[in-house]
Write a new protein. Structure first.
Length: 173
Protein backbone atom coordinates (compact mmCIF):
# COMPACT_ATOMS: atom_id res chain seq x y z
CA UNK A 1 0.00 0.00 0.00
CA UNK A 2 1.39 3.40 -1.00
CA UNK A 3 0.66 5.95 1.77
CA UNK A 4 0.47 9.71 1.30
CA UNK A 5 0.96 12.30 4.03
CA UNK A 6 -2.30 14.13 4.77
CA UNK A 7 -4.60 11.34 3.51
CA UNK A 8 -7.08 9.48 5.73
CA UNK A 9 -7.00 5.68 5.89
CA UNK A 10 -8.78 2.99 7.87
CA UNK A 11 -6.81 0.63 10.07
CA UNK A 12 -7.06 -1.85 12.90
CA UNK A 13 -5.65 -1.17 16.39
CA UNK A 14 -3.09 -3.92 17.06
CA UNK A 15 -1.51 -2.71 20.28
CA UNK A 16 -1.91 -0.11 23.02
CA UNK A 17 0.86 1.31 25.20
CA UNK A 18 0.88 4.10 27.76
CA UNK A 19 2.24 6.55 25.17
CA UNK A 20 0.19 5.60 22.14
CA UNK A 21 -1.47 2.96 19.98
CA UNK A 22 -0.25 0.95 17.01
CA UNK A 23 -2.55 0.81 14.00
CA UNK A 24 -2.14 -1.70 11.17
CA UNK A 25 -3.09 -0.11 7.85
CA UNK A 26 -2.42 -3.29 5.83
CA UNK A 27 -0.53 -6.51 6.51
CA UNK A 28 2.86 -4.87 5.82
CA UNK A 29 2.24 -1.34 7.15
CA UNK A 30 1.87 -0.31 10.77
CA UNK A 31 1.95 3.21 12.21
CA UNK A 32 1.70 4.74 15.65
CA UNK A 33 -0.84 7.18 17.06
CA UNK A 34 0.71 9.22 19.89
CA UNK A 35 -1.46 9.71 23.00
CA UNK A 36 -1.83 13.42 22.15
CA UNK A 37 -3.36 12.49 18.78
CA UNK A 38 -6.04 10.08 20.05
CA UNK A 39 -8.88 12.52 20.84
CA UNK A 40 -9.80 16.21 20.86
CA UNK A 41 -9.90 16.14 24.66
CA UNK A 42 -7.23 15.39 27.26
CA UNK A 43 -6.38 11.68 27.26
CA UNK A 44 -4.92 10.17 30.41
CA UNK A 45 -5.78 6.54 29.57
CA UNK A 46 -5.83 5.50 25.92
CA UNK A 47 -7.97 2.47 26.76
CA UNK A 48 -10.81 4.85 27.64
CA UNK A 49 -10.93 5.98 23.99
CA UNK A 50 -9.89 3.02 21.80
CA UNK A 51 -9.54 -0.76 22.19
CA UNK A 52 -7.40 -3.45 20.59
CA UNK A 53 -9.01 -4.92 17.51
CA UNK A 54 -11.10 -1.80 16.87
CA UNK A 55 -11.17 -0.33 13.36
CA UNK A 56 -10.34 3.38 13.33
CA UNK A 57 -9.85 6.14 10.77
CA UNK A 58 -6.40 7.74 10.90
CA UNK A 59 -4.67 10.57 9.11
CA UNK A 60 -1.02 10.17 8.09
CA UNK A 61 0.97 12.99 9.72
CA UNK A 62 4.46 12.01 8.61
CA UNK A 63 6.55 9.16 7.29
CA UNK A 64 10.14 8.99 8.46
CA UNK A 65 13.02 7.70 6.36
CA UNK A 66 13.51 5.00 9.00
CA UNK A 67 10.05 3.61 8.18
CA UNK A 68 8.19 5.11 11.14
CA UNK A 69 4.68 6.32 10.30
CA UNK A 70 3.07 8.94 12.53
CA UNK A 71 -0.74 8.82 12.59
CA UNK A 72 -3.55 10.88 14.12
CA UNK A 73 -7.06 9.79 15.01
CA UNK A 74 -8.25 13.24 16.12
CA UNK A 75 -7.23 14.89 12.83
CA UNK A 76 -9.16 12.23 10.90
CA UNK A 77 -12.33 13.11 12.83
CA UNK A 78 -14.61 15.90 11.62
CA UNK A 79 -13.74 19.24 13.20
CA UNK A 80 -15.56 19.82 16.51
CA UNK A 81 -18.21 22.55 16.40
CA UNK A 82 -16.74 25.91 17.34
CA UNK A 83 -18.41 28.10 19.91
CA UNK A 84 -19.42 31.60 18.95
CA UNK A 85 -16.60 33.98 19.85
CA UNK A 86 -13.83 31.37 19.51
CA UNK A 87 -11.05 32.15 17.07
CA UNK A 88 -9.63 29.06 15.40
CA UNK A 89 -10.89 27.03 18.37
CA UNK A 90 -8.55 29.02 20.63
CA UNK A 91 -10.95 29.82 23.48
CA UNK A 92 -10.19 28.73 27.01
CA UNK A 93 -10.77 25.04 27.60
CA UNK A 94 -13.39 24.18 30.14
CA UNK A 95 -14.79 27.69 30.34
CA UNK A 96 -16.22 30.47 28.32
CA UNK A 97 -13.91 32.76 26.35
CA UNK A 98 -13.15 36.23 27.64
CA UNK A 99 -15.27 38.84 25.90
CA UNK A 100 -13.90 42.22 24.86
CA UNK A 101 -15.87 45.29 23.77
CA UNK A 102 -16.40 44.00 20.24
CA UNK A 103 -17.42 40.52 21.46
CA UNK A 104 -14.31 38.70 20.19
CA UNK A 105 -12.28 36.35 22.37
CA UNK A 106 -9.38 38.03 24.16
CA UNK A 107 -6.94 36.64 26.73
CA UNK A 108 -7.85 37.53 30.31
CA UNK A 109 -4.50 39.24 30.98
CA UNK A 110 -4.75 41.68 28.08
CA UNK A 111 -6.06 45.09 29.06
CA UNK A 112 -6.27 48.11 26.84
CA UNK A 113 -6.48 51.78 27.77
CA UNK A 114 -10.01 52.11 26.38
CA UNK A 115 -11.26 49.81 29.19
CA UNK A 116 -10.91 52.66 31.71
CA UNK A 117 -13.33 55.58 31.82
CA UNK A 118 -11.80 58.97 30.91
CA UNK A 119 -10.94 61.21 33.84
CA UNK A 120 -11.73 64.91 34.05
CA UNK A 121 -8.52 66.35 35.54
CA UNK A 122 -9.95 69.88 35.85
CA UNK A 123 -12.25 68.77 38.72
CA UNK A 124 -9.70 66.58 40.53
CA UNK A 125 -6.09 67.47 39.62
CA UNK A 126 -3.29 65.09 40.64
CA UNK A 127 -1.27 66.12 43.74
CA UNK A 128 1.89 68.16 43.12
CA UNK A 129 5.08 67.16 44.91
CA UNK A 130 6.60 69.84 47.10
CA UNK A 131 10.06 68.93 48.50
CA UNK A 132 9.87 71.66 51.18
CA UNK A 133 6.71 70.21 52.70
CA UNK A 134 7.40 67.62 55.46
CA UNK A 135 4.18 65.66 55.79
CA UNK A 136 5.19 62.30 57.24
CA UNK A 137 8.57 62.26 55.49
CA UNK A 138 10.52 62.70 58.74
CA UNK A 139 9.64 59.18 59.89
CA UNK A 140 10.61 57.74 56.55
CA UNK A 141 13.91 59.60 56.47
CA UNK A 142 14.73 58.38 60.00
CA UNK A 143 14.03 54.80 58.95
CA UNK A 144 16.09 55.27 55.80
CA UNK A 145 19.11 56.64 57.69
CA UNK A 146 18.94 53.75 60.22
CA UNK A 147 18.74 51.23 57.41
CA UNK A 148 21.66 52.85 55.62
CA UNK A 149 23.81 52.84 58.78
CA UNK A 150 22.99 49.18 59.44
CA UNK A 151 23.72 48.27 55.84
CA UNK A 152 27.08 50.08 55.88
CA UNK A 153 28.01 48.29 59.10
CA UNK A 154 27.17 44.86 57.68
CA UNK A 155 29.00 45.62 54.46
CA UNK A 156 32.18 46.67 56.27
CA UNK A 157 32.08 43.47 58.39
CA UNK A 158 31.69 41.37 55.24
CA UNK A 159 34.53 43.22 53.51
CA UNK A 160 36.83 42.74 56.52
CA UNK A 161 36.14 38.98 56.60
CA UNK A 162 36.75 38.50 52.88
CA UNK A 163 39.99 40.56 53.03
CA UNK A 164 41.28 38.36 55.89
CA UNK A 165 40.52 35.19 53.91
CA UNK A 166 42.53 36.50 50.96
CA UNK A 167 45.59 37.34 53.09
CA UNK A 168 45.92 34.07 55.00
CA UNK A 169 45.19 31.13 52.70
CA UNK A 170 46.00 28.24 55.07
CA UNK A 171 46.21 29.51 58.64
CA UNK A 172 43.18 27.64 59.94
CA UNK A 173 43.58 25.64 63.16
Amino acid sequence: MQLEVGKIYEGKVTGITKFGAFVELDKDTTGMVHISEVANTFVSEIKDHIHEGETVKVKVLSMGEDGKISLSIKKALPAPPRKQGDRQGGGRQGGRPQQGRQGGARPAFQRTRDDRPPQDLSKNPPPIYDPNQNSGNADFEDMLSKFKASSDEKFSDLKRITDNKRRSPSRRK
